[in-house]
Design a protein around this ligand. Sequence first.
Ligand code: ADE
Ligand code: ZN
Length: 341
Amino acid sequence: MDRMEDFIRGIPKTELHMHLEGSLEPELLMRLGERNKCQLRWKTAEELRNAYEFSDLQSFLDLYYEGCQVLVEEADFYELARAYLRKAHAENVVRAEVFLGPQSFTSKGVDIASVLNGTLKAIDDAEQEDGISCGLIVTAQRHRTEQDALDLLEQVRPWFSRILGIGMGGAEKGNPPSKFRHFFRACRREGIRITAHAGEEGPASYVREAVELLGVDRVDHGVSCLDDPALVREMADIKIPLTVCPISNLRLKGVPSLEAHPLKKLMDAGLHVTVNSDDPSYFRGYVSENLVECQRALGLTVEEIVSLVRNGFTAAFISPAERAAALARVDKYVSEFNWSH
Ligand SMILES: Nc1ncnc2[nH]cnc12
Ligand SMILES: [Zn+2]
């Protein structure tokens, strides 16, 4: 490991765009599949890992939803979230805001209480045992109807006090943010923070809808906004954060190489950019790998890395006191890091 990699792995950081289902490592998937007597297409974890080759978002989502079938009992959701938070703690993520989409499970008869209680218990235990701070963002699936999303909102109502926000993921093309305007208005009325995936495979107009029509607090991905310079200026002015996931974009063929990734263009346009992992197991990269590989491919400076990391804390849904403490921790780390070893 070179010193830059040490620096990136060690810096206190956030993860603001990570689907818990996408952190399901093949070994755990196979073990849960056996425990729940699921009929799986793969015999070994290695065989499954070899299937992680994608041509676009949909080809990934097909496999990702197939993997979700092994998550059935409360204990399964607990294990999934606890395993992720152990990994995150080991790479010095001190604040994680993680997505989970209950409709993948409830549509197959899994009880919403099992999904949420298992996940929330893991979040509590991780905070107690490792000191990692974590919040849960419940996501609606955009290939389903707006009424399905509204039903989800009612289902999770008993957990409102434990839910950090509501988001939206899934197949983007043909499912614009405007399809869910009543849903997001309902979330807002409840005082819930909102995010939406937009501009991953979809056009800049979807990012505009997420920002102007839904009024999201953060845009997940958002990279296609670069096709609309007026929108970029507006987003820079209002300092709306983007949770960019470079290795995800590479694996889903949004970019031909990390060298061609628009991360620096987004930063240079004055946007509030953060770097995240999306589905770290399927894309073979947690947040540190995303930062390390972007640093190498794009020649990011130490100052640029620190700026991305600081942006994560500024964009996080945390109190001003927590933010100030986290940023002070980052600054201390940066000033004390020994580059010569
Ligand atoms: N990259 C992604 N885009 C949209 N929905 C997702 N759900 C999990 N990963 C996703
Ligand atoms: Zn995502």
